[in-house]
Design a protein around this ligand. Structure first.
Ligand SMILES: O=C[C@H](O)[C@@H](O)[C@H](O)CC(=O)O
Length: 271
């Protein structure tokens, strides 16, 4: 039985566009975050007019052209696979704007949504400007590409980050949560995880749980799955022999990433 927090790939053909994942507020139980993953063949075009959401268009794999008003960003994208392990290009588009994404090569494009709380300029987020950091030690080492961190004022509510975790390691670990609007102690950010595994037949474990265990789901996540994190701690563990990738979308009432570690496991950080 697949958890209600886990979404398997859709693979729905929508003309020249294939919808691989769609986790939107209308049916996800989330109030802030939305996510779509689309696949474009060369020449295929996806168009959207944003209502009250802003959107980060991530050139996940392959190359695309993005057009928004007078902005034309051609041949963006830097990698054939997310496991090329290099940052990619993205485009931020504010609420109320229309945009078009065209496939230059075969491409996978992540569309990351959250409420637009103020109009902001359309912006190309170049791969070369994406901050990379190494987090953790021992068996919780991971590499993070900060596509739209809270330190970047380009977005009004949206946060986007991608994380690589090698086999035998945990990430989003020690377990942390950000489900209380209680700054400066903690911020409330809903979250989605879009997972890829290398090799593709692999799986990783993700647990989503709350202090009172009113929510406690442990999933074997596979290539192309999305996990919804409405509340709670959300660690990921990666079996030996495999590499994990996930793209996180986060948003909430305040665009600040202030998490709270599970006190039972915070000692991990003191070693
Ligand atoms: O809250 C953010 C997400 O859980 C991940 O981006 C996590 O922070 C990645 C990590 O630090 O391992």
């Amino acid at each position: 039985m697949v958890s209600h927090l886990q979404r398997k790939p859709l693979n729905e053909s929508r003309g020249s566009v294939t919808l691989l994942q769609e986790v939107m507020r209308k049916d996800s139980g989330l109030h802030y975050v939305g996510f779509r993953l689309i696949e474009l063949a060369p020449g295929a075009v996806y168009e959207e007019t944003l209502d009250s959401d802003e959107c980060c268009i991530v050139a996940l794999t392959g190359r695309i052209d993005v057009t928004q008003g007078e902005h034309v960003f051609t041949n963006i994208g830097t990698r054939e696979s997310v496991f090329d392990r290099k940052p990619t290009d993205s485009v931020f588009v504010s609420g109320g704007q229309s945009f078009k994404v065209a496939g230059v090569s075969n491409a996978k494009v992540a569309l990351c949504y959250s409420p637009s709380t103020r109009p902001l300029p359309t912006k190309l987020i170049k791969a070369q400007d994406v901050g990379t950091e190494q987090r953790g030690k021992y068996q919780n080492k991971r590499t993070v590409h900060n596509i739209l961190p809270d330190s970047d004022p380009s977005a009004s509510s949206l946060l986007v980050v991608e994380v690589y975790t090698e086999g035998g390691n945990f990430s989003s670990y020690p377990p942390h949560k950000h489900d209380r609007d209680d700054l400066p102690q903690e911020s409330l950010l809903e979250e989605t995880y879009y997972h890829e595994l290398d090799p593709q037949q692999g799986f990783a474990f993700q647990r989503v749980y709350t202090d009172d265990r009113s929510l406690d789901e442990t999933m074997a996540v596979e290539h192309g799955d999305v996990v919804i994190v409405p509340v709670g701690y959300h660690p990921v563990g990666v079996p030996d022999g495999y590499s994990s990738y996930y793209l996180n979308v986060m948003a909430g009432p305040q665009r600040i990433w202030k998490f709270h570690n599970d006190p039972d496991h915070e000692w991990i950080l003191l070693r």
